[in-house]
Design a protein. Structure first.
Length: 552
């Protein structure tokens, strides 16, 4: 074990004295007691994290009962919903920071393994990145979804507030009417109720085999969550003693399974942003073409908020992730899990308890999965959640309306400056251009809330898991790197064809190149961290690889 270096001889005397100053006893240095880290992302800012201290206590109890010695430290967490209010977009950069945080703490203190306690958007992928990077025994406990408030048969939750902003700006609701709904949108502990990014990545974690079965959908308030925490604490000690490491669990098969389940459930477009980066840390390259191939070959079996009506609590009651795996069992590739059982066995034992909440392959909500990858003269690749797009907007042509900030777009909505049929373009929102690749839930929900039915949005930024409608993001190359999205001007006609996977502007290559010669970059006020992040992504795509690695 790595912690043996602290237990061997007289040279470790001062190190042991320092550790005993924290409360350790002499017997804690016995060679059969592994040192286990607990990376706790508790804070009282994010609803998904306010209960994580309680879960961490259970994890540490499990570690002690299994004969390990737990060490806890804090990991930062950003609430994307709150962070969208501010101009400095540090959410996506925080993902990389979290991976670095865990690397620093685990390696600096010679820990034998660790458990990540997480819930929300960038914290979970950051922890999975660290697991693949360090390849020391690890597992993840996700904190669970919140429960929606139900009033007169209508589900209420915090994220609906973004749509109310659009309704006010579009003149469909008064500010007073919107304010009156605030109490009903308050739900308590847990990650937001639908299959937004937080719950999407919890599902991905479970299918990858990095968390215990049912972890992704067990509600934050469910007593079972504490039991899962205790079991995770005991299990990590077993993984250390058996020398089971993340790269033996997060295999190529595991990543394909995770993508397939995500397509079947209709998860966030941010999964496409995170999965390739996590895989790369585990030594596996995943191109976007794999997402599209699996999506074409996987029916959409769930209708979950925001694309549908069901919340995660209902998915849990219907059997959870293992029930979805059961529907897909003939397409699931075998891979081990932290449970000690193969994912194929978990799929075989999965039990579907509601045939509408988790439909059969013979009766899907959509013939294809949640995500489509579009290509054309605007983009080498772009991402859209196709299951959240109405039939009338699957194919669309319209004039471009170009904005360089969300603030300007929101002002145009308020002034009725957007017409039905327009294609809103927001360039310079990528990881280098923004920088930080901010989420675009505010403008997308503002358009929806204002009542627009036939307005598309294209950006080199990213979307919240809450985004619905014809919203195309992750455009690569991004404008900051000379991508054609930066050449689009007011009135240019843009053609979108989701079934054919195409995204084009009616300009010749010569016209695009001529415009790019005179490209002007918006000025940004940057923090030192955002300056660093811009440099990191200079010449790199939003998936952390070269532009050639976008496709297989």
């Amino acid at each position: 074990m790595r912690s043996d270096i602290l237990k061997k001889d007289i040279e470790t005397l001062p190190h042991r004295a320092l550790l005993m100053s924290t409360g350790l006893k002499k017997e804690d240095f016995d060679k059969d007691k592994p040192f286990v880290g607990v990376a706790n992302s508790y804070n009282n800012i994010i609803p998904g994290h306010i209960h994580l201290n309680e879960l961490t206590r259970e994890i540490k109890r499990g570690i002690r009962d299994a004969g390990g010695v737990p060490f806890e430290w804090g990991v930062p967490g950003v609430c994307d919903g709150i962070a969208m209010f501010v101009e400095m977009r540090l959410s996506l950069p925080s993902r990389d920071h979290i991976a670095d945080n865990i690397e620093i703490m685990v390696l600096s203190h010679s820990l034998d393994g660790w458990v990540g306690v997480t819930a929300c958007d960038k914290i979970t992928p950051g922890m999975l990145m660290a697991a693949g990077r360090l390849n020391l025994p690890a597992m993840i406990l996700t904190g669970g979804p919140m429960k929606a408030n139900v009033s007169e048969g209508i589900k209420h939750h915090p994220i609906e507030g973004f749509g109310l902003v659009g309704q006010v700006k579009g003149g469909r609701m008064t500010p007073e009417e919107a304010e009156s709904l605030l109490p009903s949108m308050t739900c308590g502990a847990g990650s937001c109720v639908g299959l937004y990014t937080a719950n999407t990545m919890s599902v991905v974690t479970e299918v990858l085999g990095m968390s215990v079965t049912k972890c992704a959908t067990t509600l934050a308030a469910d007593p079972l969550k504490k039991k899962e925490a205790y079991e995770s604490g005991k299990r990590i000690v077993d993984l250390i003693r058996e020398d089971v490491r993340p790269r033996s669990i997060m295999t190529s098969n595991a990543f394909e399974n995770a993508i397939r389940v995500d397509m079947a459930m209709g998860g966030s477009t941010n999964a496409v942003l995170h999965i390739p980066v996590i895989a790369r840390e585990a030594g596996i390259e995943i191109g976007l073409d794999l997402f599209d191939r699996i999506s074409r070959d996987t029916s959409n079996l769930c209708s979950i908020i925001p694309a549908g009506t069901y919340e995660m609590a209902e998915i849990d009651k219907a059997g959870g992730v293992s029930a979805v795996l059961n529907r897909l069992k003939d397409k699931i590739k075998d891979s081990p899990t932290v449970n000690g059982k193969s994912i194929a066995l978990i799929a075989a034992r999965g039990d579907v308890l509601d045939d509408d909440i988790i439909r059969s392959l013979e009766n899907p909500y959509h013939a294809e999965g949640g995500i489509a990858v579009l290509k054309g003269n605007i983009a080498r690749s772009a991402i859209i959640k196709q299951t959240a797009v109405g039939e009338e907007m699957q194919v669309h042509s319209g004039p471009a309306r170009v904005f360089y900030s969300e603030k300007d777009l929101l002002a145009a909505i308020e002034e009725s400056g957007i017409d039905e049929g327009d294609v809103v373009v927001l360039p310079f929102q990528g990881p280098a251009g923004a920088p930080g690749m901010p989420e675009m839930l505010t403008p997308t929900d503002a358009l929806k809330g204002a009542g627009y039915k036939r307005v598309a949005l294209i950006t080199d930024g990213r979307f919240s898991g809450a985004t619905t409608g014809p919203c195309i993001g992750h455009v690569e190359m991004e404008a900051y790197h000379g991508g054609p999205i930066g050449a689009i001007q007011e009135g240019d006609v843009i053609d979108i064809d989701i079934p054919e996977r195409s995204l084009n502007v009616q300009l010749t290559d010569a016209e695009i190149n001529k415009r790019l010669e005179h490209l002007r970059f918006p000025e940004r006020d940057l923090t030192p961290l955002l300056e660093y992040y811009r440099k990191k992504f200079k010449g790199t795509n939003c998936y952390g690889g070269t532009y050639e690695s976008i496709s297989d």
